[in-house]
Ligand binder design. Structure first.
Ligand code: AGP
Length: 591
């Protein structure tokens, strides 16, 4: 879960790389660094800290050169230290590598390289790569052949980019299991984990398949397969709406993405009815349907399960992607696996999908990022079309996932058009919810900012919203939070309720209202501070987050939005950076 970038061309390379690193920071932000080739020197500067801090501390913008690479890190192997930050060099200091992924056989390779006299400067798995390359170059291979030979020795997943003083005009990149994309603009060449990194310069891109190598020079881009044969590739246009990564007038991406949700919902109905109808039929025909996902995407899947059952009368199971492998015995060619992932590159989801495909299951993925690893592995792909989501905490992608499940479930009963119309109308209700509650949520966040725990309860279709809202609070404000079915509280968690403990009760005015409120009263009797999320007022609430009256199956979409905003304001009040929560990254590409 790191971001990598390389640039060669006519511009000063390091400023381009630094701008790119800021765009890639969502992939990891505990360390950053660059390497630049200039006048026979390889200049490497790196440190622990966020990109901007490292830039300032090491005056990175002053580094000269027209060929440079850069990295922003989310630590896996080795602590967050300057030594472990990328780029990593070989013993001679003549080549530098940035890497995203995990080299699973790094220990064995390291021992072997150490026996051969290589000296390691970090604890990372990555560092075996420059040392392997060094040996290959010593054996007389070109930089691209050295990359091919090195890649063949690596187990695990990687995308890496290398520059060398021995071939100073070149950047070599290769990948297996992790993304790498090339951008072209005139004589300028870019290579990165994400086209966002260079989208301000170009929307002309070329992809790399697993095990392929790209050789970039000013004005040149040559692609090789794993055997070193030249490949012919066509450039394609990047969808610029996807590439947008500007906060606009908002202080944080998370706030912008929360506020965009009404528009996102307005657009979501522009889905391909034919595709939904076909997929709905596949789901109905399948012997079994399993939805697999992680984190927020899994909570969307839980809402989807409810919708499939309630509307389509089709039972399905939701399996946490990291646990999917343990259920693989019952997956077969009569199984439809629906993989839900905003990024399309979550390692647990990708692994589950590979296992499902291996036994002949049909794989449908619901993703946001175009051309992701998951889209390549799927038989059918539904795109969220909500634009790039930069904040680590998923918000607008979650709402879009809910909308997709809503459309799919109604497509099962030939009512796609009606469902699409209802979603378009819901857009106004989402705006209304944000307008009604903004100032109340700011006040409420003041009350919650010093709490250590919070509980979220709901029933039926809204149970997953309780879990998602709790996840939002804990991931960005570091307040312990749990979401659960309201009826489950009395089976244990009630013991944790003390005077003043916040309990968020999602109780729309539907068939769940009375029972959920009754569970809220049980906590209030023990001193809980009740925050009601409902279209129906009650004296039980100490604070009321008012939502509009909507159809019972649409409540999740209006209930989650103010709770995302509440989590945001609590984070701000606690002095946390909601876009870059500690220890987390947007794309979780490790198992
Ligand atoms: C969401 O706020 C979290 N950052 C996280 O739970 C996320 O949803 C999870 O890692 C899955 O990501 P994906 O949708 O990209 O697969």
């Amino acid at each position: 879960m790191c971001g990598i970038i390389g640039y060669c061309g006519q511009k000063a390379a390091v400023p381009v790389v630094l701008e790119a690193l800021k765009c890639l920071e969502y992939r990891g932000y505990d360390s950053a660094g660059v390497a630049s080739l200039c006048d026979g020197q390889l200049l490497i500067r790196k440190d622990a800290g966020k990109v901007e801090e490292v830039i300032q501390k090491h005056k990175l913008a002053d580094l000269p050169g027209h060929v440079a690479i850069g990295h922003t890190r989310w630590a896996t192997h080795g602590g967050v230290t300057q030594f472990n930050a990328h780029p990593h060099a070989d013993c001679s200091g003549r080549l530098a590598v940035v890497h995203n992924g995990i080299i699973e056989n790094s220990q064995e390779l390291r021992q072997e390289l150490t026996r051969r006299g290589h000296r390691f400067a970090s604890e990372t798995d990555t560092e075996v790569i420059p040392h392997l390359l060094e040996d290959e170059l010593k054996n007389g291979h070109s930089l691209e052949q050295a990359a091919l030979n090195t890649a063949a020795k690596l187990e695990g997943s990687y995308a890496f980019v290398v520059v060398s003083l021995d071939d100073p005009g070149k950047i070599i990149g290769t990948r297996r299991g992790n993304p790498l994309i090339v951008g072209l603009n005139g004589r300028d060449r870019y290579v990165s984990s994400d086209a966002l990194a260079f989208s301000q310069y170009t929307n002309e891109v070329m992809g790399l398949e697993d095990n392929e190598v790209v050789v970039l020079t000013e004005g040149g881009a040559e692609f090789l397969d794993a055997q070193g044969n030249k490949l012919v590739k066509q450039a394609r246009k990047l969808d610029q709406s996807w590439a947008e990564s500007d906060k606009g007038a908002y202080q944080h991406f998370m706030l912008k993405e929360i506020m965009e949700q009404a528009q996102v919902l307005g657009r979501i109905a522009n889905q391909d009815k034919q595709q939904f109808t076909e997929i709905a039929l596949d789901i109905l025909r399948a012997r079994q349907v399993i939805i697999t996902a992680c984190g927020t995407s899994r909570y969307a899947a839980l809402v989807g399960r409810y919708l499939f059952s309630r509307v389509g009368k089709k039972f399905c199971d939701v399996v946490m992607a990291s646990e999917f492998g343990y259920f693989a015995d019952s997956v077969d060619k009569n199984t439809v696996v629906i993989a839900v992932s905003q990024s399309g590159e979550t390692a647990d989801v990708v692994e589950g999908v590979k296992a499902a495909r291996a036994v002949g299951a049909q794989v449908i993925s619901i993703v946001n990022r175009p051309n992701s690893i998951l889209t390549d592995l799927s038989h059918q792909v539904i795109y969220l079309n909500c634009g790039s989501e930069i904040a680590v905490a998923a918000t607008k992608s979650f709402l879009s996932q809910l909308a997709i499940f809503y459309l799919l479930s109604f497509a099962m009963v030939n009512s796609f058009d009606q469902a699409a119309a209802r979603l378009a109308e819901l857009s106004g209700e989402v705006s209304k919810t944000l307008d009604w509650n903004k100032s109340e949520l700011i006040k409420l966040s003041e009350k919650l900012k010093d709490k250590n725990d919070a509980y979220y309860i709901a029933r039926g279709i809204n149970f997953a919203i309780a879990s998602e809202a709790a996840l939002k609070l804990k991931e960005i404000s570091y307040v312990h939070a749990e979401g659960m079915p309201a009826g489950e509280l009395k089976h244990g968690t009630l013991a944790l309720i003390e005077p003043g403990t916040p309990v968020v009760v999602i109780c729309p005015d539907d068939y769940t209202f009375a029972e959920t409120l009754s569970n809220a009263i049980e906590t209030k009797s023990r001193g809980a501070y009740i925050i009601g999320v409902s279209d129906r007022e009650s004296e039980v609430y100490d604070s009321w987050i008012k939502i509009p009256k909507v159809d019972e199956l649409l409540y999740p979409m209006v209930a989650v939005v103010p709770l995302q905003l509440l989590a945001y304001y609590v984070a701000i009040n606690r002095g946390c950076d909601p876009d870059r929560p500690r220890n987390l990254a947007k794309s979780v590409t490790v198992k």
